[in-house]
Design a protein around this ligand. Structure first.
Ligand SMILES: [Zn+2]
Length: 268
């Protein structure tokens, strides 16, 4: 009897540790599988119109003027940050004080990730700076494209925007980059399924004259949304061509092409 009870207890212990392991693995897998596009969509999905917030195009690109809807502000009026005589591009930032230390460290890690791979140096705001990024938790994840003059908001909502990939994505917008799926040559690389896009959201797929810097279309750019972005029926809105099975829209950090493009744009 005693042996039998011991056996039962052991069995239960083993079973419960299996169950725990199962749960942990599932959670990690879910976390790992979320691409930058999925994270951005999830964070901005329920964003309601608010007069204190800018209008967004493409899911997470803030615009000041209606005219910016159809033009890349970077190619139409210039948007690069200034390069200094030491060859570095210093971009001042100010981080609002409503973040926890864990959230702050995710933001700082994102800012610092540019130092080792480019001539971009984000540095804290100082008195006298007249252009800077104001990183705040506002309604969703968003950024303007390129330098705007004065303080420009980069919103990293505490609800859903604090991931390495989303921080890098919004910072790349602020440095002048648009979404990969809006490249003027995208029809050679992806097929857009207009019939699957949420009604009224086709403008998220407008092609613009993006700053490609001679780099190839990159399915796994951190600026590429995923297959089901803005889908109204759970069918894909974008499919790579000619091979529809290649990995697509799964980036969790900047790709080699993202880095090359940045270095070429700023002539690092
Ligand atoms: Zn974006």
């Amino acid at each position: 009897m005693l042996v039998f009870s011991w056996f039962l207890v052991t069995l239960l212990l083993v079973a419960s540790s299996w169950a725990k392991e199962e749960v942990a693995t599932t959670e990690e897998d879910t976390y790992r599988e979320l691409s930058v596009g999925e994270l951005l969509e999830r964070a901005n999905r329920d964003r309601t119109h608010d007069f204190n917030e800018p209008a967004l195009i493409g899911g997470d690109i803030a615009i000041k003027l209606e005219a910016d809807r159809n033009a890349d502000p970077c190619t139409s009026r210039g948007c690069l940050w200034q390069k200094w005589s030491d060859g570095k591009v210093y971009i001042p930032y100010f981080i609002a004080n409503h973040y926890s230390s864990r959230e702050m460290s995710i933001i700082i890690r994102g800012l610092e990730s540019f130092s080792s791979i480019s001539c971009i140096r984000f540095r804290p705001y100082q008195d006298g700076d007249y252009e800077w990024l104001s990183i705040e938790s506002r309604n969703g994840c968003y950024s303007y494209v390129g330098r705007q003059g004065g303080g420009q908001t980069v919103s990293l909502d505490r609800q859903g925007c604090l991931y390495h990939s989303t921080v890098q994505h919004e910072l790349l917008h602020a440095m002048g980059f648009n979404h990969e799926q809006t490249r003027s040559d995208r029809d050679n690389h992806i097929r857009v399924y207009w019939e699957n896009i949420i009604d009224g959201m086709a403008y998220n797929f407008d092609k613009i004259n993006t700053l490609n810097q001679g780099t190839p279309y990159d399915y796994n750019s951190v600026m590429q949304y995923e297959r089901y972005a803005f889908s109204k029926n759970n069918r894909p809105t974008m499919v790579p061509i000619p091979d529809s099975n290649v990995s697509f829209g799964q980036a969790t950090q900047m790709s080699k092409n993202d880095i090359d493009r940045l270095n070429r744009l700023y002539d690092c």
